[in-house]
Write a protein that binds this ligand. Sequence first.
Ligand code: SF4
Ligand code: SF4
Length: 350
Amino acid sequence: MKTLADCREQIHSCSKCGLCQSVCPIYKITGNDCTVSRGQFLMLQGLLRGEYKMSKTINKYLDICLKCGACSKFCPSGIDVVDIIALAKAEYYKAHFFEKIISFFQKYLVFGFGLNLMKLFSQNRKSQKFEKKVIYFGGCGGKLEGNASVVKLLNSCGVEVVAPDFDCCGIPFFVRGDMDNFNEAAKKFYEVIQKYNISEVVTSCASCEKTLKSYKKWFDTDEVKVRNVYEYIRENNLKLKLNKKLKVTFHKPCNMSNFGDVEWILSNTENLEYIKMKDFDSCCGFNGLTKPKQYKVTGNLFKAKQNNIIDTGCKYVLTSCLGCKTALSSTSFGKYKVKDFAEFLNKYIK
Ligand code: SF4
Ligand code: SF4
């Protein structure tokens, strides 16, 4: 697997133009170059030249990055910042035993025991039979909510859903630089899908979708077609109708690649009034919830997002990523309800 040293050329291709500063939500708050890709690449260049070693301070700056990818989309050198930060984090992970203890808790307590316990309360639904079949990847969100929403939506598109019990896609390990557990998550995914003769995997979570698609790049695995349930709805021109009039806004997760499909559904669903919020696509700052020390910085992002939601006057804010849903719910303070988009449609469509 790739290491940080393999990215030497990409890191050195940073021209220090500073354009990333204009889009980085963290730099806008801190004004500190070490918290944005330009400054981080300067640190990594020194590290690769052997001028200094990976330290807690460097890791602190790598950690504050939200992995939102906003800078990559803007970077004239086309540098994949999120991947490079993950590989730099992997260097820190390898050298620090405490990181492995965190991984243990993350893997066995949070994603193993914790989510399996919550699964007892999740809603499941038996799929209707159709000629076209897909595998549903629920990930952690699927364990919490069950497959009911996705089965209902895909059955309405004439698609049968097979819903095996998958584990986490591995993104929480990836962003911490724990490439061993990330690799294990990928292996488990392939072990499950190989049991079925079905060529397509569908998910409703933007972050799971991006992660499943990234396995090939990291582990040179087989190509699997991974799609989002919202693509199916638009492709089938499925016009939905809510059972009562509701006004909603939508937070676009950084990892979402098909917001056009979501907007199409929001604009074409009867009884649904969609209000686009200001900065609908700016990062929710989920990182700050997982790392309380960063809350001082990300608290500003939560506040800005909260104000933008309140300004829409909507009771519901929809999204489609478990991390975003967690961040938005935890900072809503009862001012609005946060729902997964598919879960919302399942509840309110006739
Ligand atoms: S936008 Fe890209 S090339 Fe410019 S400073 Fe940032 S990372 Fe470097
Ligand atoms: S990924 Fe996001 S938070 Fe990290 S440096 Fe780029 S814009 Fe800033």
